[in-house]
Design a protein around this ligand. Sequence first.
Ligand code: B12
Length: 224
Amino acid sequence: MSDDILEKVRDSLADLDLENTLRYVEEALNQGVDVVDIIMKGLTEGMKIVGERFEREEYFIAEVVVAAEIFKEVMNMLKPRLSQSNKGLKPIGRVIIGTVYGDIHDIGKNLVAAVLEANNFEVIDLGVDVPPEKFVKAVEEYQPDILGISALLTTTMMNIKNVVEALEREGLRNKVKIIVGGAPVTEEFARSIGADAYAEDAFKTVEVCKRLIEEKRRGSQRKT
Ligand code: B12
């Protein structure tokens, strides 16, 4: 039953049909389907299909832009439902997040930020196309527990390394845990550039960030 409606959400997003995407998301909510499933099995899977159609040249940039807009609109509607009642609670930790220089993809980063906030992290979002100096300045200014860096292109992935190196040069590397992610990024890559952690999706990110905070509080500099 719930798989059926999630397939409809997935396919209407993939077919760039805003009206039906919203309708099926409403229906899924009315059926009691978990918001997490709507996001991961419906919207994210739909976006994967859009990527595949783009690769096969069935879609062009214009279609991908429309899909991105639908995704964002639905997320605006779902975001309040993601939040647990954190009001009055002390945040678990502070996270700065941004998409690397040369890269303007932000749907995944925004989703990570929204899910972290819903799980009681304080999040400072630096946006997209963020140069290393801006990451460095933000780490200096806000002294976060964690820095999250997103890259969606194989060509911009290496720019994450420049951020890690810039933090090292400024003597800030040991003050912050670094987590990286985005479609082309892997655990192996994360290790190879000296990041502390990798997470494959927004919900895993919460788990990993909690672990990083504990490690940081224990004062351990051990790589994860
Ligand atoms: C939407 C999209 C766009 C939109 C972006 C709109 C926006 N506001 O973000 C637009 C149209 C602008 C775009 C442009 C381009 N794109 Co594009 N795009 C996509 C597409 C279809 C979907 C990406 C997406 O939003 N997915 C949904 C989200 C929810 O998933 P996600 O981003 O992977 O995020 C999750 C995880 O990765 C992780 N995560 C993400 N960030 C972080 C950060 C941290 C810290 C952590 C822990 C985890 C984490 O958690 C997220 C949530 O669960 C992908 C296809 C794909 N398969 O990824 C191509 C894709 C990424 N794009 C691609 C390309 C080539 C381009 C362009 C170069 C096209 C062009 N010729 O102009 C430009 C580049 C522009 C630039 N300089 O950045 C290629 C990249 C190929 C490669 N390997 O390098 C892809 C893979 C498409 C393809 N199959 O060819 N694109």
